[in-house]
Ligand binder design. Structure first.
Ligand SMILES: CC(C)(COP(=O)(O)OP(=O)(O)OC[C@H]1O[C@@H](n2cnc3c(N)ncnc32)[C@H](O)[C@@H]1OP(=O)(O)O)[C@@H](O)C(=O)NCCC(=O)NCCS
Length: 182
């Protein structure tokens, strides 16, 4: 039975092995560093960091960190969903979906109108995300043309996309261009 709750400081010893297993040896180490930095980054607040547990054991996690859309009008509050990870032996059991949906609910409850992520559009499409570039919403760093559909946005408030414009400014710890390549 999977339970979703807040990621706790006590999860630290289980967090790095989970991220390394989910992202693999090439990408995993930098995601461990990123996650650690995001968890203590004041510019990421308000931050929602959620854990999926099975019998108390950490099997998944997601972070949604503060961001803002800087465009022609007043800056608009937003959130950036990253990273999202589920331990490989528990993939395709709906745990990632539960984490994403719980995160979106937290943002909705907090009145955050827009959430962005950089990931597979086929996966995130099922939660209502759509490509952001066709709406003129830019990522913090330029994204190669062949991956432009991976920059996705989801409106959590009615009409939030109608007035949205500009480029996302994200928390300092996830600003490094290395996190924006594919
Ligand atoms: C992406 C991830 C979090 C999904 O977790 P999960 O618990 O397996 O997801 P769910 O069980 O909710 O959903 C599984 C469905 O998503 C699909 N799916 C999983 N990863 C996908 C991907 N990268 N692209 C497209 N579809 C994907 C599965 O095929 C499955 O489809 P189905 O429902 O039609 O059978 C997990 O695969 C993972 O940790 N991957 C490594 C880290 C990563 O890539 N994180 C996301 C980018 S930050």
């Amino acid at each position: 039975m999977i339970a979703i709750d807040d990621l706790q400081p006590e999860d630290a010893p289980a967090l790095a092995p989970l991220l390394l297993a989910a992202f693999g040896p090439a990408e995993g180490p930098e995601i461990v560093v990123l996650t650690d930095a995001l968890m203590s980054d004041p510019s990421a607040e308000p931050r929602h960091a959620l854990a999926a547990r099975d019998g108390g054991q950490l099997v998944g996690m997601v972070i949604l960190s503060h961001a803002r859309l800087e465009g022609a009008g007043a800056p608009a509050t937003a959130s950036l969903l990253a990273p999202l990870a589920v331990t490989p032996e528990r993939h395709a059991q709906g745990i990632g979906s539960r984490l994403v949906r719980a995160g979106l609910q937290r943002l909705t409850d907090a009145g955050v109108p827009l959430v962005f992520t950089f990931g597979d559009p086929a996966y995130y499409g099922r939660f209502g995300f759509e490509p952001a570039m066709p709406r003129g919403l830019q990522a913090p760093h330029p994204i190669q043309d062949e991956h432009r559909d991976a920059w996705v946005v989801h409106a959590l408030a009615p009409d939030a996309l109608a007035s949205a414009a500009g480029k996302l400014a994200c928390a300092e710890s996830i600003r490094d261009p290395r996190y924006w390549r594919v």
